[in-house]
Design a protein around this ligand. Structure first.
Ligand code: F6P
Length: 326
């Protein structure tokens, strides 16, 4: 191959910029031309792309977001959208793609490369949700977790000052990865996760007395994918039964996706971008680069998307969090 392109798609994640930098520089180092596609698949369809040089990616290691911008593009899921995108790549002589994103991005990439196998595709797991099989950590998860911890520590201060109980909703879509880690790091009294149902009655029992009866403030972390009807609903139900606390709700929202990438995400982004280009040079396609046991490995996009135990919640961590919060 002589010319590749790189895009970011779906929700942005801190570490995407270090990854773009690694893709561009690894490509140039190996004598390849490299094009940056704007706003993910939208830019592929609308031909919004520009050639990148080694200096196009200067001073971006420390930036959150993505210099290529990102989008969720419905048109790419149609045959017409894909055909337009394909024609634009052909016109520009682009033979291979590095797509940085989560499961929506990979679903599109896999369908596209099955339809047009002459375009090679390598995926980089870039999502704060940590919900892809084949990589113990996804890009952005570490930074997002640290951002959440920083926010909850601050809430703990005011919760303690007022003797309040806070319900804090964190992101993660159907994954409780951020919630579980943040719960351990912030000493949450309870963590509600999509992977493990907690009955509201049990939560109330715990908060009412028994284990927590001498506590003056409490934090309950609710993953957004939890199936108890949402953080406000849960707080309402608890309010009726738990009367010794003033109860507040905080939804952390999109602040969790921003900010400078952590050291871990800068290194992971660099490693994954470097590995993605090297995989393309070796002729690989329809694969994801992932980190397992601190080694970069390839796993098929098919498997990354469909392996059922994608994110296996660590039961031992949840049990430990419970014991340590008494
Ligand atoms: O996938 C990343 C993520 O931040 C999820 O945790 C969240 O459910 C979703 O994206 C929010 O998407 P949007 O930014 O489009 O509202």
């Amino acid at each position: 191959i002589s010319k590749i392109a790189v895009l970011t798609s779906g929700g942005d994640a801190p570490g995407m910029n270090p990854c773009i930098r690694a893709v561009v520089r690894t490509a140039i180092f190996n004598g390849l031309e490299v094009t940056g596609i704007k706003q993910g698949y939208k830019g592929m369809i609308e031909d919004d792309m520009q050639d990148m040089q080694r200096r196009s990616v200067s001073n971006i290691l420390n930036l959150g977001g993505t210099i290529l911008k990102t989008a969720r593009c419905m048109e790419f899921h149609t045959d017409e959208g894909m055909e337009k995108a394909y024609q634009n790549l052909k016109k520009r002589g682009i033979q291979a793609l590095v797509v940085i994103g989560g499961d929506g991005t990979f679903t599109g990439a896999l369908r596209f490369s099955k339809k047009y196998p002459d375009i090679k595709v390598i995926g980089v797991p870039g999502t704060i949700d940590n919900d892809l099989y084949g990589s113990t950590y996804t890009l952005g998860f570490d930074t997002a977790t640290n951002t959440v911890i920083d926010a909850i520590d601050k809430i703990r201060d005011t919760a303690d000052a007022h003797d309040r109980l806070f319900f804090i909703e964190v992101m993660g879509r159907d994954s409780g990865a951020i919630a579980l880690r943040a719960g351990i790091c912030c000493g949450a009294e309870a963590i509600l996760l999509p992977e493990k149902e907690t009955a509201i009655e049990d939560l109330i029992k715990g908060l009412k007395g028994g284990e927590y009866d001498t506590k003056t403030s409490s934090i309950v972390i609710v993953a957004e994918g939890d199936k108890n009807g949402g953080v406000y609903d849960i707080a309402q139900k608890v309010k009726k039964e738990v009367t010794h606390y003033d109860i507040k709700v905080t939804i952390l929202g999109h602040l969790q996706r921003g900010g400078a990438p952590s050291a871990f995400d800068r290194i992971l982004g660099s490693r994954l971008g470097f590995a993605a280009v090297n995989a393309l040079i070796k002729g690989e396609s329809q694969q994801m680069v992932g980190l397992e046991a601190n080694v970069i490995r390839l796993v098929s996009l098919e498997k990354a998307l469909n392996q059922k135990d994608k994110f296996k919640l660590e039961d031992d961590l949840l049990e430990m969090a419970h014991v340590l919060s008494i």
